[in-house]
Design a protein around this ligand. Sequence first.
Ligand code: TRP
Length: 372
Amino acid sequence: MPKEKFKVTPWEVKGKVDYNILIRKFGTQKISDDLLERIKKHTGELHFMLRRGIFFSHRDLDWLLDKYETGEEFFLYTGRGPSGHTHLGHLTPWIFTAWLQEKFDVHLYFQMTDDEKHLVKPLSLEQTTGFAYDNALDVLACGMDPKKTHIFSNIEYGKTIYKEAVKIAKHVTFSTAKAVFGFKNSSNIGIIFFPAIQAVPCFLPSVLEGKNIPCLIPAAIDQDPYWRISRDIAPKMGYYKPTQIHNKFIPGLKPGGKMSASDPSSAIFTTDTPEQIEKKIMNAFTGQQPTAELQRKLGGNPDICTVCQYYFYLFEQDDKKLEKIFEGERTGTLLAGEHKADLAKRVKDFIAEHQRRREKAKKIIDKVMLRD
Ligand code: TRP
């Protein structure tokens, strides 16, 4: 059988991703059962995203725990490219990040790459900086601790960021950046410098505090190329290498591929109305047979059913209840109409609650944002 082709870069995810191949290709480590046990010792329970392997890969998480166990506090770093409204796929790592922050009681630095999105998308800088504020509300709505969360737009915190980026850029050759990111002669020179900017928050708290602080980055695996560069230069600059924990992509509502903002019908946005949510889910792809009769007789396939996958990734956190839903799909007792209607209700409730928290976030956002 021909191997399925897929592509994962920070700017493009295509095809059906084989995560085991990706671990090998990127040279990361699979999260082992032993490592899960070790995390559990500190957190008391395992987040469902760890139990289910949604967070599946890491770099040096064991080293980070060694440090933590000897009393060295770490900080969290993650971010978002503000090119539009936030959708459920973006929330996956943020929800997990909020959990890590709560369990370890640590600071979070959150970078909004309004510069990057202006460089790679047909959007003005004013638009991307605007989305940085819009998206920051979604970050806070995920339950971050406002006292320990520091969100910034690269443009509005530019003075602080640029000073560190220049020092980093000096250590990264064009040939390295080209090999890691596949830059071409036609790439604009802004994006060629940009990896230095995304590396800055790995070290910024160490600069601000005047001592080395370990960094943990929870993020989707497509961001890994940035950390390869950051890890490479860290010892040269006298810093710890930043550590990572990587998540898989939440699938879109269409067959194959991830949830993508460039195809609005594949994604549910945090700003969607109940009617829009209902419509998108009722049109979602299920793994079921073409007719109810056939479905009752033959059953469907939860692995390709986007409705089942939504339960798996976010909307049913109880493993036993999830298994029941999968069983219903497999054995044909659960029919598509009911299956979708149940999910639509869950998603509408979730988004309504998220929107309430988003409104509340407007009151504190100014205190949380870093500016020069
Ligand atoms: N480049 C990321 C994006 O396009 C945004 C980002 C910046 C980020 N820093 C990060 C994502 C750290 C994860 C972790 O979405």
